[in-house]
Structure formats: structure tokens, C-alpha cells
Write a protein that binds this ligand. Structure first.
Ligand SMILES: [Ca+2]
Length: 203
């Protein structure tokens, strides 16, 4: 791989609301039920043991989840996820940004880690803005969701094995597979445009 790991130099000025943004195995911050979780991967800055490996080896649904309290207002919030690129993966990882607690606002997707194809999934998949960018050895996915005055919680899910093809529709627990996650970020009162073009922001 090339020597340039980070195409962007500066970290966004907003606060990353995710706790333990690189170590998704940290049980104080994440609720993780992937069957294998290790913090032993080379990360976004090319340092060892700075990215999380998640493997779903179950016929059931597996996730790493984190909840963040928000105000029930009409603000827009944006999440950023880094997935390691692959060449031979046969199952697509996914993620979810939900505004929950009231009338749900859902943004869900899968990433073809071989191809960089970002596919919206779920009931309002077409209504929430998303963006995928190549970032060195990683895919950087950002998604934004606008509250409707009723939701007081952000739920983040990282899903190691969501679907097996672009055309396979909704996520299914039957799939098994793995993903390397470099970082997860959530910014209050921000759009995709506000957080685009910045380096990873670790917590
Ligand atoms: Ca599964």
C-alpha cells in the first residue's frame, strides 16, 4: 500500500460524541455482541493495535452499539465510519444511525468493502443523505439525520455482516463475516458537508 495514509491534515473543530471511537470492544462504551471482537488491527494512522476487528460467526444478528443522548429538537446530526478496504470479502458490513425515542428517523446502509459501493437499506433509506469517500486503505462513510422534534437518543450500530449482495435487500442475521473498523464519529448540529474533508477524530 502507499505511504500516504491520511489524505486530510486537520481534525474537524466539532466534538466527536462517540466514546472509545477506535476500540469497539470496550464494554464501558459499546454494547458488542459480535462473536469475536479484538483491538489488534493496524489503524488509520498506520499504528498497530488501533483499530477493531469484529466478526459475526452466528446465524443471528450481531452488532456493536452505542447510545448518545440528544435534545428532542429539529437539529441535524452526522456520523462518520471508517471501514478497512478488502479485496475478497463476500459479505457486506453495514451501519446504522438512528434518531430514536420518539418518531424514528433511520439511516442504514451497507458498504461493499471490495468496491466502495454504498447502498442504502431500510424503510427510509432513500431519504437520508450519505456519502462514501476513499481514504487511503479505508472507506469513509458519512451520514446525516435530522431530528423531528421527538427523538432524544442517537443509536449507532456497526454490523459486521449485514448482507451478501447489493440486491439482497434488508439486513439479515443469517449472514456471517467480518470487518475492520478504524474509527466512529458523531457530531451534533452538523451536516455531512460540515465534517467532510477532515482527518479522523479519536476519542
Ligand atoms: Ca450473523
Amino acid at each position: 500500500m502507499g505511504m500516504i495514509i491520511n489524505p486530510y491534515r486537520f481534525v474537524v473543530s466539532g466534538i466527536n460524541q462517540i466514546v472509545s471511537s477506535r476500540d469497539l470492544r470496550n464494554g464501558a462504551a459499546w454494547s458488542t455482541d459480535a462473536q469475536t471482537q479484538t483491538y489488534d488491527q493496524t489503524g488509520l494512522d498506520d499504528d498497530p493495535n488501533t483499530a477493531t476487528y469484529l466478526a459475526d460467526t452466528s446465524g443471528s444478528f450481531r452488532t456493536a452499539a452505542q447510545n448518545i443522548t440528544i435534545s428532542a429538537d429539529s437539529e441535524t446530526h452526522t456520523a462518520v465510519f471508517y471501514y478497512k478496504k478488502t479485496t475478497g470479502a463476500t459479505v457486506f458490513p453495514g451501519a446504522l444511525l438512528d434518531l430514536s425515542g420518539g418518531t424514528l428517523v433511520r439511516s442504514a446502509w451497507t458498504v461493499g468493502t471490495n468496491t466502495g459501493i454504498l447502498t442504502a437499506r431500510g424503510s427510509n433509506a432513500g431519504t437520508v443523505d450519505k456519502l462514501i469517500e476513499s481514504y487511503g486503505d479505508w472507506w469513509r462513510v458519512s451520514a446525516e439525520a435530522t431530528n423531528n422534534g421527538t427523538n432524544n437518543n442517537i443509536l449507532i450500530w456497526v454490523v459486521p455482516a449485514a448482507t451478501s449482495s447489493e440486491s439482497s435487500g434488508s439486513w439479515q442475521g443469517t449472514h456471517q463475516g467480518d470487518v475492520i473498523v478504524g474509527n466512529v464519529e458523531v457530531y451534533f448540529n452538523s451536516t455531512i458537508e460540515d465534517v467532510s474533508g477532515y482527518a479522523p477524530n479519536y476519542t
